[in-house]
Write a protein that binds this ligand. Structure first.
Ligand code: ARG
Length: 377
């Protein structure tokens, strides 16, 4: 397998040191602001990470969330809990911290937004700690020789790498096998960590009226913790900085379980509903999609796991836009991410012009630290 470090971290590059440190205005004023700016600028000019204190890091984290053009849930940006683990870069220590992150984030079902910031990329060498998983929770996608996938096709490449690194999947493979974590530090090979099943809470999906629904054996995990994005703040790339919010139902019901290149459950559900699938115009997909989404919202509520629906989330987004306007800030947003994949035209943002703006701090995609394994598993 091919691992690499140099050049694998995003460098927005368009920002001057001054731009990078502008967010400090939201943490300090007067002489303190001036002094903190000077200290951070001096470090950056020498290629060192800005020496933010924990509370400045926390401010940067919240602002990165506020700035992120692809998040509909930003009304709650001030509530982000930022864990300052910048002294941590060894895989074992990262693993321990991630277990605590999960517990804090799940919070007994009352999911809260948490980010853990590990050691940053070295500006000179590009060496950087990385969590190889896309999310801390995710289901294996087992490729078979005929090209089909058991489980989540989105994780097929990662599953191949995990197996290559010695992951032992459950004796009987299922469509919902939680993946282990793969973590690499500044140096040394990536390390595989099997995760205790009860560390990653899940919700069985059932329908409030269709008793047969539970027989489909569908489940999903409680907390989406994005672990492969780069948190860029104060001129520094934090390549391992997992963060989470709580789910909006459609992410699961209208995409993960419904997309034809993901779990593709609509035909199965439509059949069980007895719908006429011979003609598109019967709207069997739409009706199956609706019931799947009813089931997802119902099941999370029944399990006592926090989740929002797309109408509430849309209202919250409009509130966020209003709050931002009141604070004289322009919202950066990408229309296709702000408009939910169900009943889009019923949401107020459907007719709203939006613009994505380059901002710092923010979250960025970064190159995968691995390439797909060559062999089929
Ligand atoms: N859409 C992704 C998923 O379905 C999760 C992205 C983050 N979502 C969130 N509600 N914070 O797993």
């Amino acid at each position: 397998m091919n691992t690499h470090h140099a050049g694998s971290t995003p460098n927005p590059g368009r920002f001057s040191i001054e731009d990078e440190l502008e967010f400090l205005q939201e943490a300090h004023c007067g002489d303190t602001l001036k002094a903190r700016r000077q200290a951070c600028a001096a470090a950056l000019r020498q290629g060192a990470p800005a020496p933010l204190d924990s509370s400045e890091l926390s401010t940067a984290g919240s602002i990165a969330w506020r700035n992120h053009a692809r998040c509909i849930g930003r009304r709650f940006w001030k509530s982000l809990l930022v864990r300052d683990h910048r002294h941590v870069e060894a895989p074992d220590a990262i693993f321990e911290s991630l277990c605590d992150h999960m517990t804090l984030a799940y919070n007994g079902g009352q999911v809260r937004s948490v980010m853990t910031v590990f050691a940053p990329a070295e500006a000179s060498s590009g060496r950087a700690p990385r969590i190889w998983n896309h999310q801390l929770c995710g289901y294996a996608g087992y490729k078979s020789a005929d090209g089909s996938v058991l489980g989540d096709p989105k994780n097929a490449d990662f599953t191949g790498i995990a197996l290559e690194l010695g992951w032992i999947p459950p004796k009987e493979r299922s469509p919902f096998d939680l993946l282990p974590w793969i973590i690499s530090g500044y140096s040394g090979p990536p390390k595989l960590f099997p995760v205790a099943v009860d560390a990653l809470p899940e919700v069985p999906i059932q329908h409030p009226e269709f008793d047969w629904f539970v027989e489909l054996g569908i489940r999903w995990y409680a907390v989406p913790v994005i672990s492969d994005m780069c948190f860029h703040a104060a001129g520094t790339n934090y390549t391992a900085a997992p963060f989470n919010g709580w789910y909006m139902g459609t992410e699961i019901g209208a995409r993960n379980l419904a997309d034809s290149d993901r779990y593709d459950f609509l035909p199965t559900i439509a059949k069980r509903m007895g719908l006429n699938m011979r003609r598109e115009a019967t709207l069997w997909k739409d009706r199956a999609l609706l019931e799947l989404n009813v089931a997802v919202l119902h099941s999370y509520e029944l399990a006592g796991v926090r989740m929002t629906d797309h109408h509430t989330a849309s209202r919250d987004f409009m509130r966020f836009c209003k709050n931002e306007a009141a604070d004289n800030r322009e919202v950066s947003a990408q229309w296709s991410w702000m408009v939910p994949p169900m009943a889009p035209s019923t949401t107020p943002q459907y007719c709203m012009p939006m613009k994505k703006r380059a901002r710092t701090p923010d979250f960025h995609f970064q190159e995968r630290p691995y390439q797909a394994a060559a062999d089929e598993f």
